[in-house]
Design a protein around this ligand. Structure first.
Ligand code: PRX
Length: 647
């Protein structure tokens, strides 16, 4: 292949058809693909009408007259908190919405009725502070139920929310709050993380010195930490809601009214405020949540172990599950506190049936060892999911063999902050899965792998992932920057959405996501995905985790530099280093053999668990290191740099 696509190197031939017993009772069925292929707008309109209670049912489906500013169901009216709460109360108010587990061991069980009461009281509290429909509200909290309550209260009164992940710094709060000119900031005194308190209010205090738009700061008392409260500006959550009524009329929102802004990083330093609106977003969230997770609301206990500060938590902890009247688990802390079996103990305690996490977490579980899941009865599980990055086949197999029951279906779900909901994923009762493949676009989603010219790449080839038809939960723009919206997503391949990911298809038409395009190396004119080399490394029995980057090389353009974390039992040696290089050559071919391999106890990661390849590239190229403040484990960078002989 020339430079038109991405080399397709790693071959994976294991397949797992859905178990018959699962398929016979599955929520998602094969005929949905046919229905959506025939008329995708009609398909989504049917989902919108069946899954959502509208104050005014939409007559319009998709309006593409002002592309790429698409609208869906734009003459419809609804309220999202009404859909998540009120409509379930008549004969389902006593059902548990969340089993919440605090990191220190405290727990709360919250029914739909209790959640509704709290949301109404807090919504009235917001109104009492002068928050009106259209005002932006920034939320910077830990994983407490009040975070969900705050989001739903905003949705109830029509104030768009913007959740800022609790791991971000004061500076990140300033950027995000100022970009949207938020009028209110909601926070906690602190958040529990591995037994210590993260000082959330203190970070807000520092941020609020430079956020002129913020009039008030509401503080939820989670940890009892001592915080300073500024008179007239700061107000305690419990004081605000103390006298409020449990009834607050839901605002009738237009389907295209802004529901939330969520910031995500792009290729420049300025984060992008991704905008999601009301009717289309909820349609996507509810439909994908029900179909991909095979949701049986009467019997399932569902757990998405993400943080609500990311889009995964928005769609699959809050809006999708509540719209579908789900009982969920929500956990405040880290998976290794107080010990590395914390998640398995929660699954056992609540009888979790559906579990959704990220490959980076799965690789950590592998590294810690099977003895931790083995200490617990995980037999309640019937479906596993992953999201966030390509999953190495070895991690996929480990997940299925050690966490799920025999032949447990795994849904590898590809999507993005921008897409609002899952786009490419198996339907667990229909699709034959393959370890490492997100398989195929969901019904109503249309994807195409193209080359640099935008021409379709035939099956079996690699290239760039595009989405060729609009979908209801798509982003509507970048807040305050329509031009960047157009140039980032719509200009590269006119008429199609460019996701920024590389992908390949196999002969069956299944998609294999190769990671962000800037994670693609160019070795002697061959584009090679970092992910494929990583997968090859991780398939070696001594390797727990690997990150691969393209280092500048005079001869080959780029050379492959690998950073490898070994499993507990293995020891570093020059022999092992050679063995790993040969292993990659054996798995993929000599072209993919890493030029250098550095052993490291850990890899630099963002707080959302993504490996910071940019930093590893800096280390490999002996460049001054960029910003490390958003890392979860900044100390590891210096250690790696020292080992590689760099700065
Ligand atoms: O590169 C893809 C990767 O994560 C990116 C989106 O990141 P974010 O907006 O933070 O949303 C993450 C949660 C939806 C994508 O462009 N990604 C996400 N899911 C997968 C994935 N890569 C491979 N396989 C996946 N299942």
């Amino acid at each position: 292949m020339g430079d038109s696509g991405i080399e397709n190197l790693l071959q994976e031939s294991r397949t797992f058809p859905p178990p018959a017993a699962f398929a016979s009772k599955a929520v998602g069925t094969a005929d949905l693909y046919t229905e959506a292929d025939e008329d995708f707008v009609a398909y989504w309109t049917r989902q919108a009408k069946e899954r959502i209670t509208w104050f005014k049912e939409p007559k319009q489906g998709l309006d593409d007259s002002n592309a790429p500013f698409f609208t869906w169901f734009q003459d419809g009216k609804l309220n999202i908190s009404y859909n998540c709460l009120d409509r379930h109360l008549a004969d389902g108010g006593d059902k548990v919405a969340y089993h919440w587990v605090g990191e220190p061991g405290d727990t709360r069980t919250i029914t739909y009725r209790e959640l509704s009461d709290e949301v109404n009281r807090f919504a009235n509290g917001l109104l009492s502070l002068g928050i009106e429909k259209g005002d932006r509200v920034a939320i910077y909290m830990g994983m407490v139920p009040e975070l969900t309550i705050a989001m739903l209260a905003c949705a109830r009164i029509g104030a768009p929310h913007s959740v800022i992940f609790g791991g971000f710094s004061a500076e990140s709060i300033v950027d995000r709050v100022n970009d949207q000119e938020a009028k209110l900031l909601i926070t906690c005194d602190g958040a529990w993380r591995r037994g210590t308190v993260v000082p959330l209010k203190e970070n807000c205090d520092a941020a609020m010195e430079s956020t002129p738009s913020v009039e008030h700061c509401i503080v939820f008392d989670r940890t009892g930490a001592k915080v300073s409260m500024s008179d007239g500006r700061d107000v305690w959550w419990h004081d605000l809601v103390a006298q409020q009524s449990t009834e607050c009329e839901p605002e009738s929102m237009n389907a295209e009214d802004l529901l939330f802004i969520l910031y995500t990083s792009g290729t420049t330093a300025k984060p992008k405020g991704i905008m999601h609106t009301t009717g289309g977003y909820l349609t996507g969230a509810a439909t994908t949540h029900a179909l991909v997770f095979d949701l049986k609301p009467d019997s399932d206990v569902y757990w998405c172990a993400a943080d609500i500060g990311w889009v995964t938590g928005h769609t699959y902890i809050v809006y999708g599950p509540l719209t579908n009247h789900t009982t969920s688990v929500m956990y405040e802390g880290t998976p290794d506190y107080p010990d590395k079996d914390r998640l398995w103990s929660i699954i056992e305690q609540y009888g979790v049936t559906i579990f959704y996490t990220a490959p980076t977490a799965i690789r950590a579980f592998m590294k810690w060892g099977v003895e931790y899941p083995q200490q617990h009865d995980l037999s309640s599980l019937r479906l596993l999911g992953t999201v966030g990055e390509p999953i190495n086949p070895a991690a996929w197999m480990w997940y299925q063999e050690n966490i799920g029951p025999k032949d447990c279906p795994i849904v590898d779900t590809w999507w993005q902050t921008e897409t609002g909901g899952i786009m490419i994923s198996p339907l667990p009762g229909v699709t034959t899965t393959k370890p490492g493949s997100a398989t195929r676009p969901l019904p109503g989603i249309f994807a195409q792998v193209v080359d640099v010219e935008g021409d379709p790449v035939p099956l079996g080839g690699g290239g760039f992932l595009t989405i060729t038809k609009p979908w209801p939960s798509m982003l509507r723009s970048i807040y305050g920057d329509d031009k960047r919206y157009i140039s980032t997503y719509w200009e590269r391949y006119p008429g199609a959405y460019f996701a920024g990911d590389g992908a390949k298809t196999d002969e069956d038409g299944d998609f294999w996501i190769l990671g962000r395009v800037d994670d693609v190396m160019n070795i002697s004119g061959h584009r090679i995905s970092t992910m494929e080399v990583e997968s090859a490394l991780v398939s070696h029995p001594t390797v727990a985790e690997a990150a691969v980057v393209g280092a500048t090389d005079d001869l080959t353009g780029q050379a492959i530099a690998a950073f490898v974390t070994l499993r507990g039992t293995a020891t570093e040696s020059d022999e092992l280093l050679e063995e790993l290089r040969d292993h990659v050559a054996m798995k993929i071919g000599a072209i993919a053999k890493p030029k250098t391999i550095i052993f490291t106890p850990d890899l630099p990661k963002t707080r959302s668990g993504k490996i910071m390849r940019r930093l590893l590239r800096d280390i490999s190229d002996n460049r001054t290191l960029g910003d490390v403040t958003t890392l979860a484990n900044a100390e590891v960078v210096a250690a790696i740099a020292e080992q590689s002989g760099g700065k």
